[in-house]
Design a protein around this ligand. Structure first.
Ligand SMILES: Nc1ncnc2c1ncn2[C@@H]1O[C@H](COP(=O)(O)OP(=O)(O)OP(=O)(O)O)[C@@H](O)[C@H]1O
Length: 571
């Protein structure tokens, strides 16, 4: 995985170096000047790509952060602060961070249109403030000084390209880190991210903070580029245009950010030369955003997909990790790992669980079976902290879980899978494993994947089928080696042979990893092979409990679960 990061970073750096050399050698000064703006806008787009494209939050005030960075840069220039533009720009970026965090706070509760309104309101307010206080040096026409080494337009192009490269490479590394994976996981499913013990506030606020920092830097660079600035450079309208273009091009890809920068910079230039109104550009960007949203594919993704067509498609190979590299078995308390007492859950008039009492002993795999709608998934939701309220109590190794959020319960030692897989498809298998269990080494991840029959770490999730993703789900929760694992229909979509093997693997979880398992499953062969005891639910109540063969043979279970009448079962 480190290797993949390095490869991506090197590709980015080399591509930028080639672009830089070609631009400097082939293009006249005017075009070099214009292309400098492309990369400054590209940096602002990368910042928006992080918060919107990568983390799935709408930010319609991205250029307000750039405005903060530019204002601070301008002020440091006016007072002739030491360090020059490099230091001023970094300080400008840092000044934008608290603003980003302040704006990120509503994002902890708001989504979609509501978050859009809040950020748009902030952009409008910032517009007014900036117009009132004006930029430092605006009235006296004080030019922001460029670094001596990069003073000319060609020199400044190189400077901006270097900053663009540093940010693109840093984002490349960040996006492959656990933090980067948590952003994608949050975008894909906040509940699934919480089930891995990811702090949703931390993921969202860090995305806003880093994004504001990068946007602030783009503002500082713009100050050096234009010399003097006006509030209009960072208006609410400009932020909206940036959002539309980011949505259209896919600004969370380095390629998308450059395409977007080219569009925002060159389109007005082309329209100007054709004598057409500038507003046409905004209409085109809005239509492009609508097109990307309706097809679900941005321009960068289209290019990447077309590029893949020309490459040899790799066959998906199972991880070849050695099983003796599996992480060591965790030693949890003996006795009862999970205890549920008198659990009652109501959805309006529906009583999904009615005074359910059951326990999962340490070192055991307990099956939970029952017909559709019996309340099995509701039980998992209640244990893992995904229900707003329930009556009764749930104890993990004797400690009550009430009052703990889903993230806290995951961290305390309850890990779950979902009935339908919720793995972010943008991740690779290895990145998902790092997200699911921090602190496992590369060789342990390979071994865990081999144990589960899952593909090799570098395989993109998007390339693997739904059944294989279920195996990866199991590998992910097992990697954390918590006291309790809740598996919600792990064999759904898995082939019959693979389901049998999965049964053997699940049976081995307590001995291999030290976790007790509550297994929900409709596949009775799998249940028989994996569980030492089972509990049967019907209409939210426990109707039987005991060894699988004897419980499944009782008439009441056969009637409830398999629709066999008492009389037939008795014959
Ligand atoms: N969010 C909800 N709002 C209202 N009713 C719900 C909700 N979730 C579940 N229910 C109801 O609660 C009952 C239990 O549902 P649950 O999904 O827990 O059953 P299940 O045993 O997991 O079923 P399946 O095997 O089909 O997944 C059902 O009657 C279902 O319709």
């Amino acid at each position: 995985m480190k290797h993949a990061n390095m490869k991506g970073a090197l590709t980015t750096a080399l591509s930028l170096a080639v672009i830089g050399i070609l631009v400097l050698l082939l293009l006249p000064k005017y075009w070099v000047f214009l292309l400098t703006a492309v990369f400054i806008v590209g940096i602002a787009l990368q910042s928006l790509g992080l918060v919107a494209g990568r983390t799935g939050m709408i930010s319609l005030s991205q250029l307000s952060f750039a405005g903060v960075g530019a204002w601070v840069t301008g002020y440091l220039n006016v007072i002739d602060a030491p360090g020059g533009l490099v230091v001023w720009t970094i300080l400008g970026g840092l000044a934008a961070v608290p603003v980003g965090i302040a704006l990120g706070l509503p994002a902890l509760r708001l989504r979609g249109i509501n978050l859009a309104i809040v950020t748009l309101g902030f952009a409008a307010a910032f517009d007014t403030v900036l117009a009132t206080i004006t930029f430092p040096g605006q009235t006296t026409f004080t030019q922001v000084a460029r670094p001596a080494l990069f003073d000319t337009d060609r020199g400044y192009f190189v400077f901006v390209l270097l900053v663009y490269g540093v940010i693109a490479v840093a984002l490349e590394f960040l996006s492959h880190s656990r933090l980067g994976a948590s952003w994608l996981a949050v975008r894909h499913s906040e509940r699934a991210a919480a089930a891995h013990g990811i702090s949703i506030p931390r993921a969202k606020l860090s995305a806003f903070a880093i994004s504001a920092f990068i946007s602030g830097i783009s503002g500082g660079l713009l100050a050096g580029y234009l010399g003097t600035l006006v509030a209009d450079n960072f208006s609410m309208m400009q932020s909206l245009v940036l959002f539309a273009v980011s949505t259209m091009v896919g600004a969370h890809f380095a390629l998308g950010a450059i395409i977007g920068g080219l569009m925002i910079t060159l389109f007005p230039e082309i329209l100007r030369r054709l004598g057409l109104p500038q507003d046409i550009g905004n209409v085109v960007f809005a239509l492009g955003a609508v097109q990307a949203l309706s097809t679900g594919e941005t321009i960068a993704e289209t290019w990447i997909r077309l590029g893949r067509k020309f490459r040899r498609t790799k066959t998906i190979e199972r991880s070849a990790g050695a099983l003796d590299h599996l992480p060591q078995k965790a030693h949890h308390a003996s006795g009862t790992a999970l205890e549920i007492r008198d659990l009652t859950v109501r959805y309006g008039s529906v009583t999904a669980l009615d005074k359910v009492t059951l326990s999962v002993p340490a070192g055991k795999v307990v099956g939970l079976v029952g017909p559709n709608g019996a309340g099995k998934s509701t039980l998992v939701d209640a244990i893992a902290g995904f229900l707003a309220r329930y009556d009764g109590s749930i104890l993990l190794e004797g400690r009550p879980l009430e009052g703990l959020s889903a993230t806290d319960r995951a961290r305390a030692g309850v890990r779950r899978t979902w009935q339908t897989t919720r793995i972010a498809p943008e991740l690779s298998v290895g990145e998902y494993m790092k997200l699911a269990a921090g602190g496992v080494s590369a060789s342990e991840i390979e071994a865990l994947l081999a144990w589960a029959g899952a593909p090799a770490p570098e395989t993109p999730i998007a390339a693997i089928d739904a059944g294989t993703r279920r195996l990866l789900d199991v590998a992910g929760v097992v990697a954390a080696r918590p006291p309790v694992i809740l598996l919600d229909e792990p064999a759904a979509g898995v082939s019959y042979d693979e389901a049998l093997k999965l049964g053997e693997r699940i049976a081995a979880i307590p001995a291999t990893f030290g976790s007790a398992v509550l297994l929900i499953e409709h596949d009775m062969d799998l249940v028989r092979s994996a569980c030492s005891e089972i509990t049967v639910f019907d209409f939210g109540r426990v109707i039987a409990h005991g060894a699988p063969e004897s419980v499944l043979a009782t008439p009441i279970v056969q009637k409830a679960y398999m629709g066999i009448e008492f009389e037939e079962a008795a014959q």
